[in-house]
Write a new protein. Structure first.
Length: 62
């Protein structure tokens, strides 16, 4: 089971679309933090939504 999770995590982290998305989200969060400080819970929720959408995209839209 651990190997399956590790393999899925490796595929997720090496997908160029995910790398691009997470880079853009990181830059967006940095800009938001600098110009409009937002509660940390909103930042975490936003990041979880991005990860969830990426997982859905990878699973259903190959």
């Amino acid at each position: 089971m651990f190997k399956k999770i590790a393999k899925g995590l490796k595929i997720y982290l090496t997908d160029w679309k995910n790398l691009l998305t997470h880079s853009l989200v990181g830059i967006l969060l940095l800009v938001i933090a600098i110009f409009a400080p937002v509660n940390i819970y909103f930042k975490i929720l936003f990041l979880l939504c991005v990860i969830g959408f990426n997982i859905i995209r990878m699973k259903y839209f190959k």
